[in-house]
Design a protein around this ligand. Structure first.
Ligand code: GP9
Ligand code: MN
Length: 626
């Protein structure tokens, strides 16, 4: 052994570089199911070596402390990434990590998602302490802390070259799924490429080039499999003309609870009663991206795709987006949005003006009494909202109110006095049991709100719509016992279809023929056009959904929770390849996986994958143009 190599092996540098490399290999396995340790060395360890070699060359003293802090920082970051993946099913980007204060769902459920073994990421520091105590006692000189400058300079240059090569070879590739991209190109490279593509004007121009200048409603509808027909020619056009519009978005409400009972107790008795006089769209799916609740609000009010890897609300500042409030304003409607949380959460103080709402009601209006989780209970929220709506209806001929509930948010822990279900023993103190308890409460509070609307005379002259913002039962929050309970509750395996299926219900009180079930597929993107059709308002700008009472063919995209290019068509849910699985295909009719029926699923669904990417690209370009 040469002298410099001996010194390298005997240094802290070697210890930390080795341990961090090992941790990257383990992380890549846990996070990306990557079984190739060389990928961990090639993609990730190079950057670690780059940093550490620089430390060796620059610092004379204190290197050990720099390494300890670096190691602790990386280990906590790794644990955070694992927790994030357990909730969202994908790898966070630099952007997500900078938004962690916004991701209430993860924060609230963090302890449920932490595994005891995660702390092993810090085990090397304990080992170091032991080694240190041992060497101190016996006065060993090992490990020492001297490395040769020549060796460090060579490591630095080699690592830099590899890092640059990794970036250059992947910077123009489209990131459809950050986990898959990281598996193929490295976790660090993914961040660099994402950052580069987000900030480079050239990349944006490239992404939005093509023929987006010529997008028309006809071309959008054609990709979904139908001929475009102007709304004014649709059968139900204007049957609710001149009515108010009240749209209720219920936190974490999934379709599996609608109409269901447990031990003879209905989970959502008030919604179930209302179904007898309303149109119930049974096959509607969530389409939110990383902006969660706020993306659902955006979808509802614009019929445009959310951005996916970024919360749309963070990109919307200063824009004036064509929207439901704006289109209704032209018909003399006054529009408000109501939510009991802080208005700056999810950047809503920028979202609401961008969507053209006339006013918003948020935490400062609702106060902090009777708090459950994030804010005041739904009961208190609706009580105050109905008072405000009373005032609004007195001062304005017509109004549109977007009403967002909050109590049924993860982790669904309800105070004793708000647990209305008598749960069977096996459901008690489980996530599933808590979820049922919280949506039961959300339904009870909603029932009282509906009654108040009737008492105030606001029910009969309104269109009332309701939908769930996104799933509540998902990811690794679900333990094995929850899978069992959900199978018991659902009557069949709890699948990704069950997870993403949300209810969408529309009532036009007093109108004949509205009591019906519509079972062709739709998404959150279809809600705005469906409601505008009833109100007799033909949109004056592009939208990417359509009136579900007119069209039955559909092609719907979903981003972020599944890789971009995943889609729903009339019969199937196609989930594009990610870092863990090849493409998965679910049959909407049977709720079963059917990818085995295709020799090569990717090419069997090539056309739809291209079409959905086209729709997303048009939608993004349209958003960008404001
Ligand atoms: C926060 C609330 C919850 O205001 O809407 O948001 P979520 O965590 O579901 O995105
Ligand atoms: Mn939500």
């Amino acid at each position: 052994m040469t002298n410099s190599f001996k010194r390298l092996v005997k240094s802290y540098f070697f210890y930390f570089a080795g341990m961090i490399a090992l941790k990257f290999i383990i992380l890549r396995y846990l996070l990306l199911q990557d079984t190739n340790p060389l990928a961990g060395l090639w993609f990730e360890t190079t950057l670690v070596l780059l940093f550490m070699a620089a430390v060796e060359l620059i610092l004379k003293r204190g290197k050990l402390w720099v390494y300890i802090v670096f190691d602790v920082f990386l280990s906590l970051l790794f644990i955070g990434m694992l927790i994030y993946e357990r909730y969202f099913g994908t790898v966070p980007t630099y952007y997500d990590l900078s938004q962690l204060n916004q991701v209430g769902s993860v924060n609230e459920s963090m302890w449920l998602l932490l595994n005891g073994t995660d702390v092993l990421f810090l085990a090397d520091l304990v080992l170091l302490l032991v080694v240190w105590l041992f060497t101190r006692k016996f006065k060993w000189t090992y490990p020492v802390n001297q490395t040769s400058n020549v060796a460090m300079a060579s490591i630095l240059i080699a690592s830099l070259v590899i890092t640059i090569v990794n970036f250059q070879t992947s910077k123009h590739e489209t990131i459809l799924d950050s986990a898959l991209f990281a598996k193929e190109n490295g976790l660090f490279t993914t961040q660099f490429v994402q950052y580069y593509q987000d900030h480079s004007q050239n990349e944006k121009a490239y992404a939005f080039s093509g023929d987006d200048q010529n997008v028309t409603q006809e071309r959008i509808e054609e990709l979904k499999g139908s001929d475009y027909i102007p709304m004014s020619e649709h059968e139900n056009f204007g049957i609710a003309e001149g009515r108010n519009l009240i749209v209720v978005q219920i936190e974490s409400l999934q379709d599996i609870v609608i109409g269901q009972s447990l031990n003879g107790q209905e989970i959502t008795p008030n919604i179930n009663d209302w179904l007898e006089e309303s149109t119930y769209f049974t096959d509607v799916y969530q389409q939110i991206g990383s902006g969660n609740t706020s993306d659902a609000e955006y979808l509802m009010n614009t019929s445009l795709y959310p951005l996916g890897s970024k919360a749309t609300t963070d990109e919307i500042t200063g824009k004036k987006v064509p929207s439901l409030p704006r289109m209704l304003k032209e018909r003399g409607y006054y529009s408000v949005t109501m939510h009991a949380d802080e208005v700056n959460y999810w950047n809503r103080d920028e979202l609401y003006p961008a969507l053209g709402f006339d006013d918003y009601y948020a935490k400062e209006f609702y106060g902090e009494k009777d708090t459950v989780g994030f804010g005041p209970s739904d009961g208190l929220f609706y009580d105050k909202s109905i008072q405000a709506l009373g005032d609004i209806s007195e001062n304005h001929e017509n109004f549109y109110a977007h009403v967002l509930s909050l109590t049924s948010h993860t982790p669904f822990e309800m105070p004793e006095d708000k647990r209305g279900l008598d749960l069977p023993e096996k459901y008690q103190d489980t996530l599933t049991g808590n979820y049922l308890q919280s949506v039961h409460y959300a339904d009870k509070a909603l029932g009282e709100f509906f009654q108040d609307l009737k008492d105030k005379g606001l029910w009969e002259n309104s269109v009332i719509a309701l939908y769930g913002d996104h799933s509540g039962l998902h990811g690794k929050l679900l333990k094995k016992e929850d899978q069992e309970l959900l199978k018991d509750f659902n009557g069949e395996r709890y699948s990704l279809l069950n997870r993403f299926n949300i209810p969408f219900i529309v009532g036009v009180p007093g109108k004949e023929g509205m009591a019906q079930e519509v079972d062709h597929i739709g998404g959150q993107i279809d809600m705005m056009p469906t409601l505008l059709n009833l109100l007799g308002v033909e949109p004056d700008s592009l939208y990417f959904g359509h009136n579900l009472l007119h069209y039955s063919n559909n092609l719907l995209g979903m981003r972020y929770y599944v890789p971009t290019s995943s889609f729903f068509n009339n019969e199937t849910f196609y989930i594009a390849k990610n870092s863990r699985f090849d493409p998965r295909i679910l049959d909407l009719g049977t709720n079963q996986r059917i990818e085995n029926e295709f020799n090569d699923p990717q090419s069997a669904f090539k056309q739809e994958r291209e079409d959905i990417l086209q729709l997303l690209q048009w939608s993004d370009a349209y958003f960008e143009s404001f």
